[in-house]
Ligand binder design. Structure first.
Ligand code: AQP
Length: 335
């Protein structure tokens, strides 16, 4: 059986937060340490679907790479690079723009959320974001894609594009239909200020998220001020329905403590949020403090980080170039 080939990406649009860490990067490290070939990408082409200050984009690319390394990704085990250095992504994305149907793209909820009311003024790139994402994955014939819950719909579109390309060009199995990996208790970490909204880099209030670069005092303060409700912690999971903030804090605790929600409820049932918040702050600090220190160290070694991305992009190019070439031939481009 062919070896697992894992691909995933993160936008260099700001500091990584706890949602990116638990929902994505921590899983990337686990997969890297299992027997899989892993390709992890700083998706700077996706980042510019919303305008980015060029200096900040460059700096964020360095910082997110530093965070990847601080979390445990290793260039010896994973290919780490920034998307814009490998041209197969954009070339294949164009082919996929011609394979995907407008009706498919019109159903994408992330576009609706991100474009908001000002839809006419959103970039065309934001609309085509999912076809570029399909190209990211399929340019490597990736078989598995670890992502948070919010990317599920885009993954389904990637699967549809792979199947339609194979069918349109009479090339059964040319693009593998990739499997999403969306598992565990942390696939959707919510905002600390509003348990119905996902924790996000672009949310204006910094109090809504825990950043990987937050110091211990900020972590304690943010958890202490996190929104809760006036009720005590229940004993049954069903009682968490309509209590999104409680569910979120308990879910984060369960993930960090490596236990189920049921075990976490057993530990805290009947107590108020003060006890949970204290224990959660301790757990967060013990998990994030070493990462935070390592990020700071790595940020003093910019040339080393740039070199990792350059090396990674060469390796990524070697894998994607022949796949793109074959796709070009299937489409009928003269060479
Ligand atoms: N709140 C979350 N819980 C679990 N997983 C999450 N992810 C993002 N937010 C959460 C996962 O992290 C990976 C990288 O995400 P991204 O940076 O490429 O884009 P995003 O999903 O748009 O993340 P943000 O932080 O919310 O950015 P903005 O604010 O710019 O939109 C993905 O696997 C994602 O599922």
């Amino acid at each position: 059986m062919a070896k697992k080939l894992v691909f995933s990406g993160v936008q260099p649009t700001g500091n990584l937060h706890l949602g990116n860490y638990l929902g994505a990067v921590k899983r990337f490290v686990e997969l890297q340490d299992a027997d899989a070939m892993c390709i992890y990408c700083l998706v700077d082409l996706h980042a510019i679907t919303n305008w980015q200050n060029p200096k900040e984009l460059r700096q964020n690319t360095i910082e997110v790479t530093a965070a990847f390394l601080a979390c445990g990704l290793r260039k010896e085990h994973s290919i780490i690079f920034n998307q814009s250095q490998v041209t197969a992504h954009t070339e294949l994305a164009w082919i996929f723009n011609c394979v995907a149907r407008i009706g498919w793209l019109n159903r994408m909820t992330q576009f609706k959320e991100k474009a908001g009311k000002n839809r006419e003024n959103a970039s065309l790139g934001l609309y085509c974001y999912p076809t570029l994402m399909a190209a990211d994955i399929l340019a490597y014939h990736a078989t598995h894609v670890p992502v948070g819950e919010d990317q599920k719909q885009h993954l389904e579109l990637t699967r549809d594009i792979a199947a339609k390309f194979n069918n349109d060009f009479n090339a059964p199995d040319f693009f593998p239909v990739p499997e999403p990996i969306i598992e565990g208790t942390a696939t959707r970490i919510m905002s600390l200020r509003d348990g119905t909204k996902k924790m996000s880099k672009s949310e204006t209030s910094d109090m809504s998220r825990i950043n990987l670069t937050d110091d211990n005092d900020s972590i304690r303060k943010k958890i202490q001020k996190a929104k809760t409700d006036p009720f005590e912690i229940p004993s049954e999971k069903e009682e968490l329905v309509d209590r999104p903030e409680a569910e979120n804090l308990l879910g984060i605790y369960a993930t960090l403590a490596n236990q189920s929600i049921e075990q976490t409820l057993e530990q805290f049932s009947g107590s108020d949020f003060k006890k949970l918040k204290g224990a959660l702050s301790d757990l967060l600090i013990s998990e994030l403090e070493p990462i935070n220190k390592e990020i700071k160290k790595l940020l003093d070694q910019e040339a080393y980080i740039v070199e990792i991305l350059r090396e990674g992009s060469e390796r990524a190019d070697q894998i994607s170039r022949p796949i793109l070439e074959e796709a070009r031939q299937l489409v009928g481009f003269l060479k």
